[in-house]
Design a protein around this ligand. Structure first.
Ligand code: DAH
Length: 357
């Protein structure tokens, strides 16, 4: 602080002294790096014993002329100080908030728990694919009872009393269910259907010709499980009855099924066979390559032209209509389709196998 030669007191500051003090204070405000430092600067200059406060207080002791000039400088410095301080405060507050927000931030996101997605069982996929083919050919899909009377399962299907399939060896009889009349051989007449074929009879009894139906379902036999047999398995029965059907219609239908399910290049064998309910009868086999140049034939289905006795049991006149029928093994078809060598694998429910389809 210099002394003004025009005043008598060496302690009275000149306006320039005040402005210089103001510049110094503003520089300190701008240099403050946090809010505490800023408050300290305010205290140094504007507090009770602050350097600018002292100047202000000394104004009262100046002569009017000097007071006016110094007072103006004090006002300027006051205004500068206020403006600078508030701008600096805003900046430092924003800075503080940014640091606090960053430090206290909580990540409320979690890695998503992706639910494991199931898929349809390969047998169900195969069943759906087979039904798609027959729906495309104009067939209606129907289902029927698994507990069946032996009249529907055997008699009506032209299966004589002495047919080996009727003995307890193959058929699982249901004792205690007496819907069908008791028979001479002592059976109750109720059984777990051994085939979906009884639905041929139920369909004919319920509908006038023409009929084109596909009947998926579970069937039961007293079989010891091995690679190609299980006691519970699935079939799709097909029945077409119309006024002008021949063996070539059956053949064309079965080719369409096999190509759609196994592939256009599937190697097939249509081979004569015997079934009580069809005449003539045939089985369709598909070649399953073993990947080493060899392979084996796998039976996919039984089929034939519907026997006149079966048409009669269904209430139809064999002189007026003909029909063809077939029973597709769904497990067998899936084995060929997916190259699964043992059909027991479909029932094991090992997810490692099931999730690969
Ligand atoms: N029901 C026969 C079986 O389970 C399969 C069968 C053969 C069905 C010939 C038919 C058919 O409709 O015409 O072995």
């Amino acid at each position: 602080m210099t002394t003004d030669p025009t005043t008598d007191s060496p302690d009275v500051p000149t306006p320039d002294d005040v402005l210089a003090l103001g510049a110094e204070a503003v520089a300190e405000l701008q240099a403050a790096t946090d809010l505490d430092a800023l408050d300290a600067v305010r205290q140094t200059w504007m507090g009770k014993k602050g350097r600018l406060s002292l100047v202000k207080r000394s104004l009262g002791k100046m002569d009017p002329e000097t007071r006016k000039a110094v007072g103006q400088a004090v006002n300027t410095v006051n205004a500068d100080f206020g403006r600078t301080e508030s701008a600096r405060r805003t900046t430092l507050e924003l800075e503080r908030d940014r640091v606090v927000l960053a430090a206290e931030a909580i990540d409320i996101t979690l890695p998503p728990r992706v639910p494991t997605r199931g898929s349809l069982h390969p047998l169900r996929q195969t069943l759906d694919a087979i039904l798609d083919v027959f729906v495309g050919l104009g067939y209606e899909i129907v289902t029927g009872p698994e507990v069946e009377s032996d009249w529907f399962n055997f008699d009506a299907l032209n299966t004589q009393m002495d047919h080996p399939a009727r003995t307890l060896q193959d058929t699982i009889y249901v004792h205690g269910l007496t819907e069908a009349p008791k028979r001479d051989d002592g059976t109750t007449g109720m059984l777990l259907r051994t085939q979906t074929s009884p639905m041929q009879i139920r369909t004919m009894l319920d509908n006038d010709p023409p009929v084109y139906v596909a009947i998926p379902g579970r069937v039961y036999r007293q079989d010891t499980p091995d690679a190609t047999h299980v006691p519970v398995f699935h079939q799709i029965e097909g029945l077409a009855v119309d006024t002008d059907l021949s063996l070539s219609d059956l053949y064309g239908t079965l080719m369409a099924f096999a190509r759609a399910l196994v592939g256009e290049d599937v190697k097939l064998r249509f081979r004569p066979h015997y079934f009580p309910f069809t005449e003539p009868s045939a089985e369709l086999d598909a070649w399953v390559p073993d990947g080493q140049g060899g392979g084996k034939w796998m039976e996919l289905l039984g089929s034939g032209m519907v026997h006149p006795n079966v048409l009669r049991a269904g209430g139809y006149d064999p002189e007026e209509v003909q029909g063809f029928a077939f029973g597709i093994g769904i497990e067998r078809t899936a084995m060929v389709r997916y190259g699964v060598p043992d059909l027991r694998l479909f029932a094991d429910n090992d997810v490692r196998l099931l999730s690969s389809f």
